[in-house]
Design a protein around this ligand. Structure first.
Ligand SMILES: Cc1ncc(COP(=O)(O)O)c(C=O)c1O
Length: 371
C-alpha cells in the first residue's frame, strides 16, 4: 500500500547541494580516509559548541554511547543505576551489559517522562547513577535530579537519544550530568545515514577516558592502556552529521509548529497528549497520543495510508530479556498504560499542510468528527 503520509523523507534532509556532499564523501572513500578523520574531529567540535559543552566523543551508536559512558565512570558489578520503565530497551540493556543492576521508577502520567518524585525512594547505598531518558523529545525536569544526584553523591547520566536540541531552563538536554548519550539513528531528529552516536561531557578527564575506551583501550596505536571496545563514529557519518547540524534547530522548530497544529486540530477528541514540563522544551522526535481505542485507531490510520506506529508496545519490566530482574506486571502502571494506549502520529519537519490535514482528518474521522 502506498502511504499518504510517511514517517520519514530522507531526500528532503539534504537540500539542493546534495551533489557537493556526495563528492566530499566520494573523495574520502577514494583517498582511504575512513577512521577518526578531520571530519570526525570537526563534527565533535561542532556538536560540543552546539550543545555548549566541553567535549563530544563520536561513537558507533547510541547503545554503545551508553555502554562507554558507564564504563568510563567505572559503573559495574554491585552498582545500581536508576532509570524509567517506559524507556527504550537499550537504556536498560546497557546497564546490564556493564554488569550493573537496573532499578526502575515509573513514568509521570502527564509528561510521560521519568517520575522524578519516585527517584529519591529508589536510591540505596548501591546506587551509582541516575539515568533519565528524555522520552519522545521532551527534556526531563533536570533541576530536581541534579540536586538529588549532588546530595546523594551519585552520577547523573542522560539518555538524550530522542531529544537533540531540547532544553531545560535554557540548557541543552544531554549537558546536565557527567555524561550525555546521543543516538543519531536514522529515526532521530538528527539522523546519520546508518548507526551513529556520541557521548558528551564537560570533563576533560572523562572525555579522554571515553576516547580511549572507544578505540580498543588505545591512546596510541598498539598501546592498550585500558579495557576498551571498538566503537568510533564513522567518518562518512560525521560528514553527513556536519552537513545537517546547521539545519537542526530549524527542523525542531518545524516539528514544534506541526505539533501545535496537531494539538489544535485534535482538541476536543477523547485523546491525551504528552505535557511538556514547565521550563522544558519538546523537539517532537515522536508525537504521542493516548487513547483507550489505540489498536482500532492505529488500524484505521494505517488503512488510510498514515504511517502511525507504537513506540513502545511493551514496557521494560515486561520484556522477556529482563525476566531475571524479577519485575512484575502491575509494578509500573503508568508505563503499562503508555505501552497499551499510546501511538505516534507521523511528524517530519518537511510535512506539507495537506499531509498535516490528512493526519488530523484521519484521526477525526475515526471519532466521527468532521474535518
Ligand atoms: C531512548 C533511546 N535510547 C537509546 C537508543 C539507542 O540508540 P541506537 O539505536 O543508536 O543504538 C535509542 C534509539 O534507538 C533510544 O531511542
Amino acid at each position: 500500500m502506498t502511504l499518504s503520509v510517511s514517517r520519514y523523507n530522507y531526500s528532503e534532509q539534504f537540500g539542493p547541494s546534495f551533489d557537493r556532499l556526495m563528492e566530499n564523501i566520494g573523495t574520502q572513500i577514494l583517498e582511504g580516509r575512513y577512521i577518526l578523520t578531520d571530519e570526525v574531529k570537526q563534527f565533535e567540535s561542532a556538536f560540543a559548541s552546539y550543545l555548549d559543552t566541553g567535549h563530544t566523543i563520536g561513537i558507533n551508536s547510541g547503545t554503545d554511547a551508553l555502554i562507554i559512558a558507564m564504563m568510563a565512570l567505572g559503573i559495574g558489578q554491585g552498582d545500581e543505576v536508576i532509570t524509567q520503565a517506559n524507556t527504550f530497551y537499550a537504556t536498560v540493556a546497557t546497564i546490564c551489559f556493564v554488569g550493573a543492576t537496573p532499578v526502575l521508577v515509573d513514568a509521570n502520567p502527564h509528561t510521560f517522562l521519568m517520575d522524578v518524585a519516585q527517584v529519591e525512594h529508589a536510591i540505596t547505598s548501591s546506587t551509582r547513577a541516575i539515568l533519565p531518558a528524555h522520552m519522545y523529545g521532551a527534556c526531563t525536569p533536570m533541576d530536581a535530579l541534579a540536586r538529588l544526584s549532588q546530595l546523594q553523591r551519585v552520577y547523573l547520566l542522560e539518555d538524550a537519544a530522542q531529544c537533540h536540541g531540547a532544553r531545560f531552563e535554557g540548557k541543552r538536554a544531554g549537558t546536565f550530568g557527567e555524561i550525555g548519550c546521543f543516538s543519531f539513528h536514522p529515526s532521530k531528529n538528527f539522523a546519520a545515514a546508518g548507526d551513529a552516536g556520541a557521548c558528551v561531557t564537560d570533563s576533560a578527564v572523562l572525555a579522554d577516558k571515553m576516547r580511549v575506551i572507544r578505540s580498543l583501550g588505545q591512546r596510541r596505536q598498539n598501546e592498550h592502556v585500558a579495557l576498551g571496545i571498538n566503537s568510533k563514529l564513522d567518518s562518512i557519518q560525521a560528514t553527513i552529521l556536519n552537513w545537517k547540524l546547521a539545519l537542526l534547530d530549524a527542523w525542531n522548530e518545524s516539528r514544534q509548529r506541526i505539533a501545535a497544529n496537531y494539538r489544535e486540530q485534535l482538541a476536543g477528541l477523547p485523546l491525551v497528549f504528552q505535557e511538556t514540563p514547565a521550563g522544558s522544551t519538546h523537539v517532537y522526535n515522536l508525537f504521542q497520543i493516548k487513547t483507550d481505542a489505540r489498536d482500532d485507531l492505529l488500524d484505521h490510520l494505517i488503512r488510510a495510508g498514515i504511517d502511525a506506529v507504537v513506540r513502545y508496545p511493551q514496557p521494560i519490566h515486561l520484556q522477556p530479556a529482563f525476566k531475571a530482574q524479577g519485575w512484575n506486571r502491575g509494578q509500573f502502571p503508568v508505563a503499562e498504560d503508555l505501552a497499551a494506549n499510546t501511538l505516534c502520529l507521523p511528524i517530519r519537519p518537511d510535512m506539507s499542510e495537506t499531509e498535516i490535514n490528512t493526519v488530523c482528518g484521519g484521526v477525526r474521522s475515526f471519532y466521527g468528527a468532521g474535518r
